[in-house]
Write a protein that binds this ligand. Structure first.
Ligand SMILES: [Zn+2]
Ligand SMILES: [Zn+2]
Length: 209
């Protein structure tokens, strides 16, 4: 490609291939590699071991100067891709871990799991000391948070009421800790997942939206 030949000889005059394109009276010394026109020795310049006319040489020089900009852009894109890559790889496992715990806790903390209807019914029907055996049997058959609390109460029936209540409270705290297991991980994942999106922006020094 060659820029328009501004300020050169009027195009109406026939071009003599043996004379300089700029100076009709000067003999051709060579041909510009880019535009293919003939030029005298004064008009031709050597650039990167090849002969060019002044206009074509200037055009090439400008292209060369522009190159560092595009390479900087490529480098920036590469760095962003590098930074974003691991983040994307982090997003997938955190999503999977989060979802797994949500499902696992969702199943474990269902009302029927914590308070089985049969145990609830047995507790309602328990009116006298004779019914305690029935209640204990059902609690042992259907392990759950409520069943384990009732078994603690039944085991310590001979204890003073306050001490029995303490034993139940201790067991209840343990049950709550069991129920909350995994929720911390869900909270962490929920907390950091939106931040992961901002990491590539932070890496290139831009403040995230
Ligand atoms: Zn040229
Ligand atoms: Zn010339």
């Amino acid at each position: 490609m060659c820029p328009p030949s501004r300020g050169r000889r009027a195009p109406v005059a026939p071009i003599d291939p043996n004379a300089c394109f700029n100076h009709a009276t000067a003999d051709k010394a060579g041909v510009c590699l880019d535009c293919g026109l003939s030029f005298c020795g004064r008009c031709l310049t050597t650039f990167q071991n090849a002969a060019y006319c002044a206009a074509c040489k200037n055009y090439r020089t400008r292209i060369m100067q522009r190159r560092p900009d595009s390479s900087k852009l490529a480098l920036a894109s590469f760095l962003i891709a590098l930074a974003a890559g691991p983040v994307m790889f982090l997003l997938v496992p955190t999503s999977i871990i989060g979802l797994t715990f949500i499902i696992e806790r969702g199943l474990a903390l269902r009302w029927k799991k914590v308070i089985p209807p049969d145990v609830e019914k047995a507790l309602d029907l328990c009116r006298s000391k004779q019914d305690l055996g029935m209640l204990q049997g059902i609690c042992q058959q259907q392990p759950s948070a409520l069943s384990r609390l009732l078994l603690v109460a039944l085991e310590h029936l001979s204890w003073p009421k306050e001490e029995n209540a303490d034993a139940i409270q201790t067991r209840a705290r343990h049950e709550i800790a069991q129920m909350e297991r995994g929720l911390v991980i869900v909270e962490i994942v929920v907390g950091i997942a939106p931040r992961l999106r901002d990491i590539p922006a932070l890496c290139i020094g831009r403040s995230p939206r």
